[in-house]
Design a protein around this ligand. Structure first.
Ligand code: GBH
Length: 451
């Protein structure tokens, strides 16, 4: 059988899994950690579906050794985690908290000893509350600069042992959703002008972080992670493929175009008019400095058909009966993992790519034998990986895949009953139990093909 029949991945393809600090660490008040905007947000009424907080979460802060051993037992090759900025700098920008910083030394060393390649995300939404208080968080470019300083510190501290860094995770979810819609921490609903400015400051934050890491860890590979919106030709006629390609570029314009192309798309500037962000001289040089790779988080996608309207495409609305996972926003669109890498490569060149997150929530339950037989997740993963396999077998340079998530964790506003893990966590005892999907993934890794 040839590779396409066995779904074998290229030699050296890296299989990983991902988490983020606030979602798993807990240890919220341990060893001098300062609060982040998410700590504050969780204390407010009606913000989190189950009224939970991140104070304990998976208690990974105290159980990291057990967790690394678990990763090793599953054969995980690379582990993407994020840093709790306020654990390291409780005031946001001054006074290093050495006890907090030392946690990440221990974690990195433990991973390396287990033969697992650490991949560090600098910022996954848990902004130090102090920066919100001092500068108004992402409404100010002071915050962007502080991320640059933090990055430089991180490169100095971890750059001798970590060679893959992601600057930020998903712009929308720490800018618009936080300062425009008000649905994520710090929960502010500001004017459109201010909201657009947070987007710009987020981009600048990425740029400053990239520069900081380049200065202190010149050998490391650095990129960012964006929640790229995939667009899938509803069937693969030439005109539908062209339509989906147009949709991809147009609908991802706001964040990724300035990074890739050094300017906002005209359509964005026209649509926002006076509410467009204020851009200072030199900003786009910082924002569009070359990265080594593009990280993409992909959970779902949209189908596109050709349209005779001037823009040339139509995004097809989903009927409510379209299959989705336990969270209704996760519509099952496996070809997303093919078309997003392909269109990224076609529009922005053949730079290496990582699927920095992909996975799903499912209604997991423990059966009478103490097992979690999450067949929905296994089916979801197998289908999506087939999409990804098509991308690698056609030569698109996707170098690795990080399954979201290593274990059930704090799913932001949805709290703890929305489970994304391949490992089940009992949030009373904090016991970890690998699900059926973990066995599937482990076997896939060991054979480097979809089993
Ligand atoms: C990623 O965000 C995150 O990086 C990760 O932290 C998170 O755990 C994971 O995905 C799973 O959500 O209820 O319709 O308003 C993806 C962005 C933000 C998408 C919250 C879903 C809620 C949708 N997610 N959002 S809705």
């Amino acid at each position: 059988m040839n590779n396409s029949q066995t779904y074998t991945f290229p030699k050296g393809f890296e299989w990983g899994t991902a988490t983020s600090a606030f979602q798993i660490e807990g240890g919220g008040k341990q060893d001098g950690r300062g609060p982040s905007v998410w700590d504050t947000f969780c204390e407010q009424p009606d913000r989190i579906r189950d009224a939970s907080t991140g104070l304990v979460a998976c208690d990974h802060y105290n159980r990291y050794k057990e967790d690394v051993a678990l990763l090793k037992s599953l054969g995980i090759q690379t582990y993407r985690f994020s840093l709790s900025w306020s654990r390291i700098f409780p005031n946001g920008d001054s006074e290093l908290n050495e006890a907090g910083a030392a946690f990440y030394d221990r974690l990195v060393d433990e991973l390396l000893a287990a033969g697992i390649n650490p991949a560090v995300t600098l910022f996954h939404w848990d902004l130090p509350q102090a920066l919100e208080d001092k500068f108004g968080g992402w409404t100010s470019r002071e915050t962007s600069k502080r991320l640059g300083d933090f990055a430089e510190w991180v490169g100095k501290r971890l750059g001798d042992r970590v060679d893959r860094f992601f600057t930020i995770n998903e712009f929308f979810n720490f800018t618009e959703r936080c300062y425009g819609i008000g649905h994520f921490a710090p929960g502010r609903v500001e004017s459109r002008k201010v909201m657009n400015q947070t987007c710009h400051n987020g981009l600048l934050g990425h740029g400053y972080a990239l520069a900081g890491l380049r200065a202190s860890a010149p050998k490391a590979q650095v990129g960012l992670v964006e929640n790229i919106k995939p667009f899938i030709p509803v069937f693969e006629s030439e005109e539908n493929i062209l339509a989906a390609s147009k949709a991809f570029r147009e609908e991802n314009g706001r964040y990724i175009t300035p990074i890739m192309e050094g300017a906002y798309p005209d359509s964005y500037l026209e649509a926002e008019g006076e509410d467009a962000p204020t851009v200072e001289a030199g900003d786009f040089d910082i924002i569009s400095a070359p990265t080594d790779f593009l990280g993409m988080n992909i959970y779902t996608g949209d189908y596109v058909t050709h349209s005779d309207e001037p823009k040339g495409y139509e995004i097809i609305k989903f009927h409510e009966t379209y299959p989705s996972m336990s969270e209704p926003w996760i519509r099952i669109v496996p070809d997303s993992l093919y078309w997003a890498p392909r269109f990224s490569a076609e529009h922005w060149g053949d730079r290496p790519m990582y699927i920095a997150e992909s996975g799903c929530s499912a209604r997991d339950f423990i059966d009478e034998k103490g097992r979690v037989m999450d067949i929905e997740r296994v089916l979801y993963l197998r289908q999506y990986l087939k999409g990804l396999h098509r991308a690698t077998s056609e030569g698109y340079p996707v170098k690795g895949y990080y399954l979201w998530s290593m274990m059930d964790n704090f799913e932001w506003c949805d709290g703890y009953d929305t489970r994304f893990g391949m490992v089940y966590v009992d949030f009373d005892t904090l016991e970890r139990t690998p699900k059926l999907s973990a066995k599937f993934y482990s076997e896939t890794i060991s054979q480097n093909r979809i089993v």
